[in-house]
Design a protein around this ligand. Structure first.
Ligand code: HEC
Ligand code: HEC
Length: 306
């Protein structure tokens, strides 16, 4: 009986099928457990990257950005900050279109070495060896992982806890570069901005200076266009402004030139295209109106009388 079981060809076939099945089942079980194992491995690896980053941060960055990345007043900006991590904060203010992670990686790797007029006493150094810095690429990646690791706790900060220091290079006035402003509704933000502008109306002369119109336009020289000049001269602007665009008064034309410079581009400057396109955002309606009147006034005062 026993022999019959093991020796008959049918029994052998059955044994073969059975052992193949067992093999397949074992293989399936390994495959099923592989994913969690890999995930655990990745977490472990990420954890180690963050740990390495923490050490590198303490040794290289804390002197400027503070031990916990909260920034040091007047020295370097806070990174462990709601404003820095929220989508409508820093990343929106600098007009960065990629992810925050890429922004952090790029800034650490390349630094911001060439800023001539910075509000900070020292520049953000370059770190990646590819750009002449002292670190390897994987160390920059570890540092990025460490900084990004603050995301959850930073986004839990209240306006009072957020250590963010405003940047000079942002259109939004310093008063509004903070968490409290970001947490307002859109209408509340608009109202706050309007109220701020009403309190801070600048004269045309001040705008001419602070928005650096003078860098591209000259108030005392008549228009002589040549390529290589930054923009048309304005001594005789009042004589030509109403003939630039058919159907537009001088006021309408100058107003449009300031708020949407591309609507009409003065000949010879088509290729230059440097007139900034954000004055409509930076100036209040009252400021623009006063600026238009001043630019078209043949007897304008170039410097303000005290
Ligand atoms: C000598 C001081 C100094 C050191 C050291 C330094 N930083 Fe900076 N960092 C700055 C300054 C200043 C800025 C702001 C630069 C600017 O925008 O003009 C900055 C900006 C940054 C930003 C971008 C902030 C933003 O909102 O745009 C990141 C990210 C950053 N640093 C990370 C690091 C890391 C990581 C290290 C260490 C490897 C480091 N920094 C070391 C001074 C420093
Ligand atoms: C970086 C250079 C630059 C700056 C800064 C600049 N402009 Fe211009 N602007 C130009 C150029 C170039 C043109 C001509 C091309 C065009 O029509 O857009 C121009 C055209 C104009 C015109 C139309 C002139 C004409 O002859 O028809 C006006 C008005 C004007 N700018 C006002 C201003 C005011 C006001 C400011 C400051 C708030 C300013 N610009 C800042 C470059 C500049």
């Amino acid at each position: 009986m026993h022999r019959l079981y093991t020796r008959s060809p049918i029994a052998k076939i059955m044994w073969g099928i059975l052992s193949s099945l067992v093999g397949i089942i074992v293989l399936l079980m390994v495959l099923v457990s592989e994913n969690p194992r890999m995930e655990a491995q990745t977490l472990n690896w990420e954890g180690r990257s963050i740990e390495n980053g923490a050490k590198l941060f303490a040794d290289n960055c804390a002197t400027c950005h503070g031990p916990n990345g909260q920034g040091l007043l007047g020295r370097a900006p806070g990174l462990n900050s709601y404003y820095f991590f929220t989508e409508t904060g820093r990343i929106k203010d600098v007009g960065w279109v990629g992810t925050l992670e890429d922004y952090v990686l790029l800034t650490i790797a390349a630094g911001r070495p060439s800023k001539t007029e910075s509000q900070w006493p020292e520049v953000m150094p370059t770190w990646d060896g590819k750009f002449g810095g002292p670190m390897r690429g994987d160390q920059v990646v570890d540092l990025t992982a460490y900084v990004m690791n603050w995301e959850a706790s930073a986004l839990a900060q209240t306006p009072d806890e957020d250590p963010f220091q405003p940047f000079d290079d942002v259109i939004l006035p310093a008063e509004f570069q903070n968490t409290a402003y970001l947490l307002l509704s859109e209408e509340e933000q608009a109202a706050a901005l309007e109220e701020y502008r009403a309190r801070n109306i600048r004269s045309p002369q001040e705008i001419w200076q602070s928005e650096a119109c003078f860098a591209c336009h000259n108030l005392e020289v008549n228009q002589v266009d040549y390529a290589g000049q930054n923009g048309p001269n304005f001594a005789d602007l009042h004589e030509r402004a109403d003939s630039r665009v058919a159907g537009m008064t001088a006021e309408e034309y100058v107003y449009e030139s300031i708020v949407s410079p591309r609507a009409f581009v003065v000949e010879t400057y088509e290729e230059v295209g440097q007139m900034p396109e954000n004055f409509a955002e930076k100036l209040s309606e009252d400021e623009i109106q006063a600026l238009v009147a001043w630019l078209l006034d043949p007897d304008r005062e170039v410097t303000e009388e005290e």
